[in-house]
Design a protein around this ligand. Structure first.
Ligand code: NAI
Ligand code: MG
Length: 349
């Protein structure tokens, strides 16, 4: 299959981990006989330095003309005081591309159990997917500010809830058949609309078990009993907070991938972590979040399931063989560099 993929490495460790995705895609291409057209474009601080804009027109156009986009990370102290912010490039990109739903899988890996701050009996059976509404809610509502009064509007339209919840149900159908919808329906009108919309859709997805949880209860349960969950669907701000909370279950943010999608097969795929300025340039960043983001692209945008499995299996084997970047290291293992870990994954594919 021929596919055009825009690569946006961005800043800091984004550049370092993107090399992992590229090597992995080249090895998948060879093994399965595909033709991936990979081209790099600047975004974020790197793009500000080169062109004066965090999202140059050429980059946006290339993304719009691609089958999928892979992004590393943007930002860093170098641009913290510049007039233009690298992060604005990413927000603008998501909005321009219309990717309204964000998928974040969190699955425990036996090799990482020792790194989790929670007991391994609690985290060992974690296998959940957070489905977060990405382009509505309080982050996009009207804002007002006086000296001693501030206002943020939390607005949801039914169609925004419905299209996100449908995606979540489709995922639940392919997974363990359980959907937990998270809201604050005892207090918020937008949550009442959220809950009634989910209840309506539940009648169309009778093969999936539907459960409603209030967000405060969900926050507790995520730590007390993560294995309770299969698919969690929620609005923008609750999803933002719960997905950071869930990332702690695994003990490092460096392994977590994400996908931002719309109604066609197009997707924007990026690791959950940022540009990690504290370790950038030392060849020590964990490339697994980026590599698994590329794997999600193979599965969700290109429907290449066997290829996805090949990457996932290679990553698991590398961890089981004891290869760890510094963020995954425990006393039993020496750490390896980003490049060494990438080489190991590629070798196994
Ligand atoms: P961060 O995710 O970059 O780093 C948080 C901590 O996790 C740091 O100690 C870092 O060393 C570690 N870490 C992150 N990725 C890692 C990896 N692959 N391997 C090993 N360790 C890793 O978040 P932080 O420090 O809050 O933000 C740094 C910059 O990144 C800021 O400019 C921020 O705006 C930007 N950022 C960008 C994101 C994006 O591009 N999607 C997301 C989050 C932050
Ligand atoms: Mg966040």
């Amino acid at each position: 299959m021929k596919k055009t993929i825009a690569l946006l490495p961005g800043d800091g460790v984004g550049q370092e981990v993107m090399r992992g995705a590229v090597h992995v895609l080249r090895s998948i291409e060879k093994r399965f006989g595909h033709d991936f057209d990979l081209k790099e474009f600047p975004i974020g601080g790197t793009a500000i330095d080169l062109t004066g804009s965090p999202l140059p027109n050429d980059t946006l156009r290339a993304c719009q003309n691609s089958d999928a986009v892979l992004l590393g990370a943007v930002g860093g102290p170098r641009w913290d005081h510049s007039k233009m912010r690298p992060e604005d490039g990413l927000l603008q990109l998501r909005k321009e591309l219309g990717v309204y739903v964000n998928l974040r899988p969190v699955q425990s890996m036996s090799a990482l159990l020792e790194r989790s701050p929670l007991k391994s009996e609690i985290v060992k059976d974690t296998d959940l997917l957070i489905v977060r509404e990405l382009t509505g809610g309080i982050y996009f509502g009207e804002k007002k500010r006086d000296v001693d009064r501030a206002e943020d509007a939390l607005v949801y339209h039914k169609f925004e809830i419905e299209r996100t919840v449908r995606r979540a149900y489709e995922q639940a159908r392919k997974r363990k058949g359980k959907l937990t919808s998270v809201d604050k329906a005892n207090v918020l009108e937008s949550s009442k609309l959220w809950r009634s919309t989910v209840s309506e859709l539940a009648t169309e997805y009778r093969d999936v078990v539907t459960e409603h949880l209030l967000v405060d209860h969900a926050a507790m349960k995520l730590i007390l009993k993560p294995a309770h969950f299969d698919v969690i669907v929620t609005e923008n701000m609750f999803g933002d907070i719960l997905s950071d909370e869930a990332s702690v279950l695994l003990g490092t943010i460096g392994v977590l991938p994400s996908a931002s999608l719309r109604d066609d097969d197009f997707g924007l795929y990026e690791p959950v972590h940022g540009s990690a300025p504290d370790i950038s340039g030392t060849d020590s960043a964990n490339p697994i979040g980026m590599i698994m983001s590329a794997a999600m692209m193979l599965k969700l945008s290109f429907h290449m399931h066997e290829e996805y499995e090949a990457v996932e299996r290679a990553v698991r084997e590398v961890l089981n063989a004891g290869y760890r970047t510094a963020d995954m290291r425990t006393s039993r293992f020496q750490s390896v560099s980003t490049s060494q870990l990438i080489d190991q994954v590629v070798y196994r594919i």
